[in-house]
Design a protein. Structure first.
Length: 544
């Protein structure tokens, strides 16, 4: 789910609120990455995503084509695999976005069922504005620049050859030139055809190994997902199970079922949030009806902060709000990485309690593994920490003395919570360039990037005291903080030691793994160029 850590302030969310009332709220819950693909990899593996190659030094840090070849490596151990070995039934409903194929359109090497899930109903890629009729496009700028670049190079080459031929400096090889420009024309045709078919090629709904709707329909999608989730619970109510409900809302494109459309006070974004809250309520009601509430740990979070740059063609904000926290998706300001952390386990966790210690979404891995009595992997570093001692009040301080914040593969910030101290220091080595000046987002590029002219490096780093300044508005100086230099030295040394633990791994988000490969394209129809089917509409499990 991609939403703000403060979205409950904007909309009516009684069921999500009940998780806080009946459970524990982690007020400083931190995502291991500020983008969905690497953050989801961190949740499943309990490791910084750079350890599994789920980050990149390139501009794009998520999968944008269903026919890319990168994904969560099969040699990574997910907590799902470990629970399956313990006899749990495991299901994923919703968004995956961690890769699909490697060498053919049906090898499914990165598919959820390769990573421990018994059942999958959802999107192998993600929900994009392109996936909704009249929803706009997140790749139109890239498409236009690609076509423009090809045309500019071809035009400049032709002009240069004509000039050299006219000046009798070089005889232009016109026959060879004709073949070259024919190839350019064919390339342009392929590019234009691909982008015109982006909706069909990438907006895919699967059940297990099978594509059942291409492109998927936004109509009642949240209700269909909810039906799948509650059905999974009912099928497995007599045995241990893990349900990973990975909500499609409120990632754009936004949508809401007729029962929720226009009902909130915050436009389509609010409608979508309130329908998601209804879905949470349906899942909680299923647990209650089946007498499973006292036997089930419920965890609610987000993979990143709100995408503040998301604005519709009509000017309506579709990216949510991060409250007092600066920045958003793709930044390591608090608005990009401080996310909801709600845990409910009736009869075990004290209701209505808040914990202000730094925690991470990577902590889910060791927490679940130890609760299931599975064996923690000993052949790799696990960066998450078991939450149960903190949740049960057995300890008062988080095991995370340091948390490292990556922008793609670039380490951009570090957080330090000294032992036996309430202080929480945060140092930024670089920050994104917001445009226009003073705004909360990188509006020229739709999302903030991590290198070059897109960032401002800081030497010395920007230092904040998050306890007194959670909005990161007032960077400390040697004058305002007497231990300024000592604090930075400790944090730099921690970074050095952390980086010594990193080993080279294949870049799963390299350009070669990101680009569209026709032979990897999932296509459920016999006519490849159409890639269209709708097995969902006739399915007995689909909602009317």
């Amino acid at each position: 789910m991609e939403t703000s850590s403060n979205f409950v302030l904007c909309c009516r969310t009684p069921y999500i609120d009940s998780l806080a009332k009946d459970g524990i709220t982690l007020t400083q819950h931190i995502a291991a990455a500020a983008l969905c693909t690497p953050s989801r990899a961190a949740v499943l593996t309990g490791r910084y995503p750079i350890r599994s190659g789920m980050t990149t030094f390139q501009r794009i840090g998520v999968y944008i084509f269903a026919a890319g070849s990168g994904g969560l490596p099969t040699n990574e151990t997910t907590f799902v695999k470990l629970l399956k070995e313990q006899g749990y039934s495991t299901g994923l409903v919703g968004k995956w976005h961690l890769g699909l194929n490697c060498e053919s359109s049906e090898d499914h090497c990165h598919h959820p069922l390769r990573h421990g899930f018994d059942y999958f109903y959802g999107l192998p890629l993600t929900n994009l504005r392109n996936c909704k009729p009249d929803g706009g496009s997140v790749i139109s700028v890239g498409a236009r620049s690609t076509v423009r670049g090809v045309v500019q190079v071809a035009t400049l080459s032709l002009f240069t050859l004509l000039l050299l031929d006219f000046c009798q400096l070089m005889r232009a090889p016109w026959r060879a030139l004709g073949f070259i420009f024919l190839a350019v024309a064919l390339l342009l045709a392929v590019v234009l055809l691909f982008f015109s078919q982006f909706h069909n090629l990438n907006c895919i709904l699967m059940r297990n190994w099978t594509v059942i709707q291409q492109p998927f329909s936004c109509e009642n999608l949240t209700q269909r997902m909810t039906n799948e989730a509650t059905s999974f619970i009912e099928r497995n109510s007599d045995r241990p199970f893990l349900l990973f409900m990975s909500f499609i809302p409120v990632h754009t494109a936004l949508y809401a079922s007729p029962e929720f459309l226009g009902k909130s006070k915050h436009g389509l974004y609010g409608d979508s949030v309130e329908e998601m809250d209804w879905s949470v309520g349906q899942i909680l009601a299923s647990l209650e009806r089946l007498n499973l509430s006292d036997r089930t740990l419920v965890y609610f979070t987000s993979d990143q902060g709100a995408h503040v740059e998301e604005i519709s063609d009509t000017g309506e904000v579709h990216g949510g709000w991060n409250g007092i926290y600066k920045g958003g998706k793709a930044t390591n300001w608090e608005g990009g990485i401080r996310v909801p952390g709600l845990l409910r386990w009736s009869g075990v966790l004290t209701a209505g309690r808040s914990i202000d210690e730094p925690t991470s979404n990577m902590d889910l891995f060791p927490t679940i593994v130890r609760l299931s009595e599975a064996t923690m992997p000993r052949d790799r570093i696990i960066d998450g920490q078991d939450l149960m001692p903190l949740l049960l009040g057995e300890v008062q301080q988080s095991e995370h003395e340091f948390l490292f914040h990556y922008c793609n593969s670039y380490l951009s910030a570090v957080r330090w919570h000294p032992r036996h101290s309430s202080s929480i220091w945060k140092a930024h080595f670089f920050t994104p360039n917001f445009n226009p000046e003073g705004s909360q987002g990188c509006f020229d590029t739709h999302v903030c990037f991590c290198y070059g002219d897109f960032i401002s490096p800081h030497d010395p780093p920007l230092l904040y005291d998050l306890l007194r300044d959670p909005s990161e508005s007032f960077p400390l100086t040697p004058t305002s903080e007497s231990q300024y230099h000592q604090i930075l030295e400790v944090m730099k040394e921690a970074v050095r030691k952390h980086q010594e633990t990193l080993t080279p791994v294949p870049d799963q988000l390299s350009i070669g793994n990101l680009i569209w490969k026709p032979w990897l394209q999932p296509c459920c129809s016999t006519v490849w160029k159409r890639c269209y089917c709708d097995k969902e509409r006739n399915s007995s499990t689909a909602l009317d």
